[in-house]
Ligand binder design. Structure first.
Ligand SMILES: Nc1ncnc2c1ncn2[C@@H]1O[C@H](COP(=O)(O)OP(=O)(O)OP(=O)(O)O)[C@@H](O)[C@H]1O
Ligand SMILES: O=C(O)[C@H](O)[C@@H](O)[C@H](O)[C@H](O)CO
Length: 169
């Protein structure tokens, strides 16, 4: 008898939309595993962003490769328990989402949508992260909004966003 695939939710969107906050909260609520996409960036990518230089497609290839492998690995580890996985990953372009999904059972995409000004303010006030607010415009320039995703307004509270997402699971 074939088992149903371990569920994977990818929380995506531009910097500051709340991917980490919502993905972590969702994983906690569900007792699922959380993967922080930023942890899979090569050091050179983090250094680049820290200096205020946007990543290019080529920079993101090894990152998405590493993250895709980690998701597949986490899925294998959860095969017996069926425990799901929640991932925070910007996944700004369709090609990045395709690369991440390569050879895998489908993911559920949660897109946190927000206006530039709200996100700029969030990034300006956040102090414990490498990503500078000056890169926000480049994040919007790269963004291709997903067609097949649960789309929620990231201006709402994390609690509301998590509660709404739970309705889809
Ligand atoms: N729904 C929300 N309402 C208000 N503030 C929020 C919300 N979600 C996140 N924040 C705050 O906004 C900032 C960015 O949140 P977070 O780090 O979760 O975003 P992110 O999308 O993961 O960002 P990045 O891609 O840069 O890592 C944090 O200071 C966080 O506390
Ligand atoms: O593709 C990208 O440009 C990067 O993934 C960024 O989105 C950052 O990693 C993230 O926003 C900062 O946490």
């Amino acid at each position: 008898m074939s088992k149903s695939p371990v569920p994977v939710v990818i929380v995506m969107g531009v910097s500051g939309c709340g991917k980490t906050t919502v993905a972590q909260g969702l994983a906690e609520r569900l007792g699922w595993r959380f993967l922080e996409g930023d942890r899979f960036h090569p050091q050179a990518n983090v250094a680049k962003m820290t200096r205020g230089i946007p990543l290019e497609d080529d920079d993101r290839v090894p990152w998405l490769q590493e993250l895709g492998v980690a998701i597949a690995q986490a899925r294998r580890e959860s095969q017996t328990s069926g425990t799901g996985i929640v991932v925070a990953c910007s996944a700004l372009k369709q090609a990045y989402r395709d690369q991440l999904m390569l050879n895998q059972e489908p993911f559920l995409w949660l897109y946190l949508r927000g206006e530039f000004e709200l996100l700029r303010q969030r990034l300006e006030t956040r102090s414990d992260h490498f990503m500078p607010a000056q890169l926000l415009a480049s994040q919007f320039a790269a963004l291709e909004e997903p067609q097949e995703a649960i789309t929620l307004d990231c201006g709402r509270s994390p609690q509301d966003l998590i509660a709404d997402t739970l309705k889809f699971l």
